[in-house]
Design a protein around this ligand. Structure first.
Ligand code: F6R
Length: 610
């Protein structure tokens, strides 16, 4: 996610902000900017690209002096990375200037309303709509607190804002919902930051803001308000983490931090296309007319993105009744396959730069097939070249092994499946709403699973010296097994294979040895008994049976060596829950083996060569 900062005190704000933003660089960003309030005037410097570019510009003359300011590193979500879309963004007369993390889901509605009042928009961002909404209320109220309160009651989504008001020198304001914002207290100075690591060099005395709280900074004074406008007392906490731990949000590794960010990634990805009770995929070339014409879907991707596509294959075929082929990009690009002109190619990629995926997408385009990319990195090559894009809202992923981006990809696929099914008349409005309701409940279920992670940590000790593992499943559970197995092998270097359970007896079963980990995924009721039989065959040859099953599944209750139950959900979406314990298991085995979890050997985060 983006990094956000605010400062007011006696020192030059630009120095503090540049130093603080540098501490947030590890999170990934595509542009940076600051605003400083000085003598009733707000000056802004911002650009696409590295913080160093901004720093050089500021230090070589684009003087921006003053002791009160805000700063930002942006990871694009709405609007490509560019100078214009970089934060801060401002109201037309520069009364209100803001930086923002998160997503304003109803920004289109806000823009339309404000346009009726004469507002014009210069960027492609959702943030500009929010800044101008605050400005709209500020013009009426002449009071920052009242303006922020009114605006956040209208804004849907998850966000944190840090703001300057031209008429209020030496003050910084902030508000948050579902994204972190902390206030720091120093001597004669105060801070706001999205991440404690940004201010740790200046202070360890912090306040944690609660949802829908508003904060006002003055030099050395921090005050909090609720949405009624009443002041709220708050307790100061002392941060005891070192810098390294702070960057990882207190987790030992980025991978574990990102595993914990999955509920948020799921929520934001759904929220980016579903609000006010409606799915909005019109920007993705998916008009009703286009959807009705689709004869066939090719899903093309590599690695984990391919595994997300494998889940999607089952979900789309079952809900929308459209035939789906899932293709490895590295194979597809060299296939001489006849392709149907009315087909849709769905390209899935976190980075949007994977060489094979890009080449495969170009091949689909050469064949005259429409391409829809599901991509996490805004402005990446795949996003630019695809006919249309569905951006996942996972935020930057630092650990090489993907977790939250995979989870966000699943959500994008589910949403597409529901929309395709609805438009083609395979499900009615009520069923579509029920399915979306089930997706909305996934975040809290993911967190529920994470509450039990210690059980998997214990289990992992047992396999610290193991050499081989099998992951079995059928249909969606097979797709999950593929992802679970990859998570295990890529970070723990324990050789593991995912096997469509029915294939065991056609060869792989000969590999089973005493004590070998055999994980069975069981989320599809009609297949419980089928997988159970395959698992029992493994058990009678000495396999250690780990079952990841939906609560209520009685199969193998007596025979399994370890059962991890996941909450119930609509079976189409069970992959989002079943994958979590498997990510955790891979992680804990790698930790038990004392390996470099975030940077496994021989792997790169973005595979830009063939
Ligand atoms: C595994 C992993 C890789 C990627 C694959 C595709 O944890 O991260 O398998 O999924 O390299 O990368 P993207 O999604 O960037 O195209």
């Amino acid at each position: 996610m983006c990094g956000i900062l605010g400062y007011t005190g006696e020192r030059q704000a630009s120095d503090i902000l540049l130093n603080g933003l540098a501490k947030l660089e590890y999170r990934g960003y595509d542009s940076a900017g600051l605003a400083v309030l000085d003598g009733g005037e707000i000056k802004i410097a911002k650009n696409k690209g590295r913080l160093k570019v901004l720093e050089d510009r500021i230090k070589s003359g684009c003087g921006i002096s003053g002791t009160c300011g805000i700063g930002h590193t942006r990871w694009a979500t709405h609007g490509e990375p560019s100078d214009v879309n970089a934060h801060p963004l401002w109201s037309d007369d520069m009364s209100v200037v803001a930086v923002h993390n998160g997503i304003v889901e109803n920004y289109r509605e806000i823009k339309n309303k404000l346009a009726e009042h004469g507002y014009k928009f210069y960027s492609q961002t959702d943030t500009e709509a929010a800044v101008k909404l605050i400005d709209f209320y500020y013009k009426q109220e002449k009071n920052p607190l009242k303006a922020i309160i009114k605006a956040i009651q209208k804004i849907e989504g998850s966000y944190c804002f840090v703001l300057l008001f031209k008429d209020f020198p030496n003050e910084v304001w902030g508000a948050r919902k579902d994204l972190p914002l902390i206030a720091g207290q120093g001597k004669g100075e105060s801070f706001l930051a999205s991440d404690v690591s940004a201010i740790l060099q200046d202070t360890r005395q912090v306040y944690y803001l609660d949802n829908m709280e508003i904060v006002q900074l003055k030099k050395g004074v921090v005050r909090f308000f609720d949405t009624e406008g009443y002041a709220k007392p708050k307790e100061l906490s002392e941060v005891t983490w070192d810098m390294n731990a702070a960057e990882k949000g207190g987790f030992e590794h980025f991978m574990m931090k990102e595993i914990h960010e999955q509920a948020r990634a799921v929520k934001d990805t759904l929220g980016s296309v579903y609000h006010s009770g409606r799915l909005n995929l019109a920007d993705m070339g998916l008009s009703d007319e286009n959807i009705k014409k689709i004869s066939q879907i090719y899903i093309i991707a590599c690695g984990s993105a391919y595994h997300a596509g494998a889940v999607a294959q089952y979900v789309i075929e079952d809900l929308a009744k459209i035939p789906v082929r899932i293709e490895l990009a590295s194979e597809f690009r060299y296939r001489a396959m006849p392709m149907d002109k009315d087909a849709l190619a769905i390209i899935i990629s976190q980075s949007g730069e994977t060489a094979d995926t890009l080449a495969a997408m170009r091949r689909a385009k050469e064949n005259g097939i429409k391409t829809l990319a599901i991509v996490n990195v805004v402005g990446s090559t795949i996003a630019r070249e695809a006919d249309s894009v569905f951006y996942t809202m996972a935020g930057p992923e630092i650990a090489v092994a993907t977790t939250k981006a995979y989870s966000a990809q699943l959500i994008a696929c589910y949403v597409l499946a529901v929309q395709l099914a609805k438009v083609r008349g395979e499900i009615d409005d009520a069923e579509s709403e029920r399915l979306i309701g089930e997706i909305q409940k996934l975040p809290e279920k993911i967190d529920e699973i994470l509450d039990e992670k210690e059980r998997l940590e214990e289990l992992a000790q047992r396999f610290a010296n193991a050499r081989n593992a099998f992951y079995l499943g059928r249909n969606i559970d097979y797709a999950v097994a593929m992802e679970g197995s990859l998570k295990m092998k890529e970070i723990s270097y324990l050789h593991s294979e995912a096997i469509a359970a029915g294939e065991m007896k056609h060869g792989p079963i000969s590999l089973i040895e005493k004590g070998m980990l055999v994980a069975g995924i069981m989320t599809q009721k009609n297949l419980y008994q089928k997988i159970a039989s395959n698992m029992l065959e493994a058990r009678s040859r000495g396999g250690f049976l780990l079952i990841v099953a939906t609560r209520g599944c009685e199969a193998l209750r007596e025979e399994a060596d370890f059962i991890f139950n996941i909450p119930e959900t609509d079976e189409h979406f069970a992959a989002s829950l079943a994958v979590i314990p498997l990510q955790l298991l891979g992680y804990y085995v790698a930790v038990a083996r004392k390996l470099d979890v975030d940077k496994p050997r021989n792997l790169a985060k973005s595979v830009t060569v063939e």
